[in-house]
Design a protein around this ligand. Structure first.
Ligand code: ADP
Ligand code: MG
Length: 239
């Protein structure tokens, strides 16, 4: 579904991502670990096509097409969606309005809002005075209404309590059971691994993808030994 080849990204002349190679198959979920500031969000924003996040080397192929020169708009229309790590607050735009823009099925909007406990938030300005967990649920709400095929999830569970992680995880898992849907998920807490059947995980350190392996084993190792150990890990293929 998405192939990233030898991708390097500089921001304001500073190299952030170096020679990234990544392959996310159709219908599969991949998890990305890595310390703060290693470049995880930059990778997702580059895939999404944010201004200022352009590759100076390499290419990205999505559904068989090179997307490097596509606008964000075109990427969204072709099925790429993103959940922000820090969602923007949008004064004057109601969650309801965005929901109707993304989806014309009123029943689906109401049902999903209910399942994510967002019914009362529909009439409010997007993310304005939402709690951390409400913002994350609203993000999930929007990306699922968009019916994205490739979900780029930037720390979907950060700031979300255990009960809500379980609700979000269950809904995400159900969505990803569809063989046409894929996900690339950044996680620090690893909680999401309890809900999503991710076959592969990878670790980013200093703008490089170091290795690819079983996400649960990788996360256990990270918890026990920290990220430095990842670089030496014998049972993982180096990226
Ligand atoms: P992570 O998500 O892994 O915590 P980020 O991708 O957010 O890391 O950031 C990687 C590095 O790139 C950081 O040093 C960050 O300050 C820098 N960076 C990201 N975006 C910008 C930007 N727009 N301008 C300047 N530096 C940036
Ligand atoms: Mg980040």
């Amino acid at each position: 579904m998405l192939e990233v080849k030898n991708l390097s990204v500089e921001i304001s002349g500073k190299p952030i991502l170096r020679d990234i190679n990544l392959n996310i198959g159709k219908g599969s979920a991949m998890v990305l670990f890595g310390p703060n500031g290693s470049g995880k969000t930059t990778l997702i924003k580059t895939i999404m096509g944010f201004s200022g996040y352009r590759a100076n080397k390499g290419e990205m192929i999505y559904k068989g097409k090179k997307i490097d020169d596509m606008s964000i708009d075109e990427r969204v229309r072709s099925g790429i969606g993103m959940m922000y790590q820090h969602p923007p607050k949008i004064r004057g735009v109601k969650l309801n309005q965005i929901a109707r823009f993304l989806c014309d099925d009123e029943g689906k909007i109401r049902d999903l809002a209910h399942r994510l406990s967002l019914t009362e938030h529909l009439a409010r300005d997007v993310n304005f005075d939402f709690s951390g967990g409400e913002m994350k649920r609203a993000e999930l709400f929007q990306i699922l209404l968009q019916d994205a095929d490739l979900l780029l999830l930037d720390e979907p569970e950060s700031g979300v309590d255990i009960e809500n992680i379980s609700i979000m995880g269950g809904i995400l898992n159900e969505y990803l059971k569809n063989d046409d849907k894929s996900a690339f998920i950044i996680t620090h807490t690893g909680y999401i691994l309890d809900y999503i059947e991710a076959k592969e995980g990878c670790v980013m350190i200093n703008g490089k993808l170091w290795c690819v392996g079983d996400p649960k084993e990788m996360f256990d190792s990270i918890k026990e030994f920290g990220y430095e150990k990842c670089k030496e890990c014998p049972w993982l293929k180096r990226g």
